[in-house]
Ligand binder design. Structure first.
Ligand SMILES: [Zn+2]
Length: 82
């Protein structure tokens, strides 16, 4: 099943591609996905930001369904939160 298309080139993201190692980026606005960007269309800066976010943030949803991110590492303990 198709999960979305790249906002820049129209490449298709299939649901089975979503998961660890998926290099697609989501363009977020106020906690909502407003676009997807495939790996081929990402600028080096966007790719670096996506990799940094994947390493440091945990994503979830709040009560209204908006996507929220919180840090994987807590400053007080230095331990991963998962
Ligand atoms: Zn693309």
């Amino acid at each position: 099943m198709i999960a979305g298309v790249c906002a820049r080139c129209g490449a298709v993201l299939r649901e089975e591609e979503i998961g660890p190692g998926c290099r697609w980026s989501a363009d977020m606005h106020r906690g909502r996905i407003v676009g997807l960007i495939c790996p081929a269309c990402q600028t080096p800066d966007e790719d670096a930001e996506a990799q940094f976010n994947a390493e440091t943030l945990v994503y979830g949803r709040d009560a209204s369904g908006r996507c929220v991110a919180s840090p994987k590492v807590t400053p007080a303990s230095g331990e991963r939160v998962q």
